[in-house]
Design a protein around this ligand. Structure first.
Ligand SMILES: [Zn+2]
Length: 89
């Protein structure tokens, strides 16, 4: 029996149906060109934000802060925190 589960804030039936308003459709995983996807990371200390492509985590790991707008927030070199993923549509 299908159960409702929450995935990234969306209600999804565990058999793959997305439930939203009056729309109910079968969800499918699709490949998206990397250039249309970016991850947003934020510094928890100064709030600086960076956007990086999907492969950057493999290549360089967790983004680090440059110290904020003036470079003097005391967080230079600190790990940033993942915020969200965005796609260009
Ligand atoms: Zn910072």
């Amino acid at each position: 029996m299908a159960k409702k589960v929450k995935i990234s804030g969306r209600t999804v039936m565990n058999d793959g149906f997305i439930v939203g308003g009056y729309i109910m459709k079968k969800a499918k995983w699709k490949t998206i060109v990397d250039g249309y996807v970016r991850a947003v990371w934020v510094c928890p200390t100064c709030g600086s934000k960076v956007t990086v492509p999907p492969e950057s985590y493999q290549d360089v790991g967790t983004p680090i802060c440059d110290g904020g707008p003036n470079g003097d927030s005391g967080c230079e070199g600190d790990d940033m925190q993942y915020a969200r993923t965005e796609i260009l549509i």
